[in-house]
Design a protein around this ligand. Structure first.
Ligand SMILES: [Zn+2]
Ligand SMILES: [Zn+2]
Length: 220
């Protein structure tokens, strides 16, 4: 039996990857970045018999949280986000700027604020929170065994924008260098958008091909 079930679902006009990550033994699961097309996500959960424990957001941008409220209602579970994005996107002026940038409102306040090193138990799985600021102040990656869900921090072949409100290229590069590259090289990267030539990658491959890593980190 596989040690983790991962469903990668492309949803919405922003072509976001929503993930359902489940424990094969207990069918307990988390949804990472429900980004719209709620019925598509819910029918998969029903068909597979998953028991969702948490909705996890990699960050507070509108495109990654579109389905939060509907899924929360349908599944009766808590939404979770890093405390810094929770605070950042609660500020009126930040909400206005972000809505103007992305054309949609950012995240509503989460039910549970996360911090670096938090571990959520989901059946036999452990979901570890790795704080990777840069794309937004409270961006995180979620590590489940050898799988890293990177949101808009790291894509296949590229990395997230840092020109949006709260972004910092220096912090993004620092996060990749200090928080992602030290992980085992065969760690699988599951990005927040389908921007690469493949839907997933590994840290080893990104160290060869991703310019944010080859030019900004390994060269310097
Ligand atoms: Zn984003
Ligand atoms: Zn995004």
């Amino acid at each position: 039996m596989a040690d983790v079930i991962i469903k990668q679902i492309m949803v919405g006009g922003f072509e976001v990857f929503t993930y359902v990550v489940a424990c094969p033994e207990t069918r307990q699961a988390v949804v990472i970045d429900p980004a719209g097309e709620d019925e598509k996500i819910l029918s998969l959960i029903r068909e597979e018999g998953f028991k969702v424990k948490y909705i996890l957001n990699t960050h507070g941008h509108a495109d990654h949280v579109l389905g939060n409220q509907q899924l929360k209602k349908a599944l009766s579970v808590s939404t979770c986000m890093h405390q810094l994005d929770n605070e950042f996107f609660s500020q009126k002026e930040v909400r206005e700027l972000s809505a103007a940038e992305l054309g949609l409102q950012p995240a509503e306040p989460a039910d549970m604020a996360l911090k670096e090193g938090d571990v959520l138990k989901v059946g036999t799985l452990e979901v570890r929170v790795i704080h990777t600021p840069g794309h937004t102040p409270g961006s995180v990656c979620y590590l489940v065994g050898g799988n890293l869900f990177t949101g808009d921090t790291l894509f296949v072949g590229s990395a997230g924008r840092t020109d949006l409100v709260g972004g910092s290229l220096d912090m993004l590069v620092d996060s990749i260098a200090k928080k992602i590259l030290p992980l085992p090289k065969d760690t699988v990267i599951w990005p927040g958008h389908d921007y690469g030539d493949t839907p997933t990658s590994t840290i080893a491959r990104e160290m060869e091909e991703n310019v944010y890593i080859t030019d900004f980190i390994l060269e310097s």
